[in-house]
Design a binder for this molecule. Sequence first.
Ligand code: GTB
Length: 218
Amino acid sequence: MTVTITAFESSPDRGRGLARDMRVRWALEEVGLPYAVRLLSFAAMKEPAHLALHPFGQIPTYEEGNLALFESGAIVLHIAERHAGLLPDDADARARAIGWMFAALNTLEPPIVECTMAQLFEQDKPWYRDRQTMLDDRVHVRLRELSAHLGEAEWLDGGFSAADLLMITVLRRLERSGLLELYRNLTDYIARGEARPAYQRAFAAQLAVFESSQVARG
Ligand code: GTB
């Protein structure tokens, strides 16, 4: 059954692979599942046809036969549960990996998104400096804890899993913030994820979309 996902027609990240279709593409590449991509403008994301798939009018979505999913974490979990390669077979190890998937999305991603959004959109505000310091500190707390857990291990819990895939896509959002510089094991961890052939195929595919959107604009 053909899998179809949605992505930005012209991503605001300019091809850096930071939008959340990247994690779905990466998961699909890891398990070797071919997929089609329906590209959407911001306006099309708010049209009834897309809202029927995604109540919040966002990307990514995932369609496979009669199944339609939204929320990148749910999509990655769905892929990982149905195809070998992204979750361990052992039941306890699998439960722990799913726990780490939630940690990436619930414990790390919220402060990281808030911090990077403030850097992008709030610099002209009179309270920016104080607030940014507070947001940076919150991120540092989590990075310090994650770094201590990872230590010199290659991945979060045994072999590479969907948990690492999500955690690395979450951490990548900090790549221009300067906040990762204190944590060499985390930058090495991100680099290990980015070196995976499946990551590189996913990255190239989303970059090609952005580049062709620029050509189309002239
Ligand atoms: N919790 C949902 C999920 O995980 O699927 C969040 C989905 C989401 O935020 N989608 C964003 C979206 O559709 C795109 S990824 N936004 C349009 C809208 O809400 O109208 C978020 C994103 C956007 C841009 C960058 N960037 O430029 O770096 C990074 C991440």
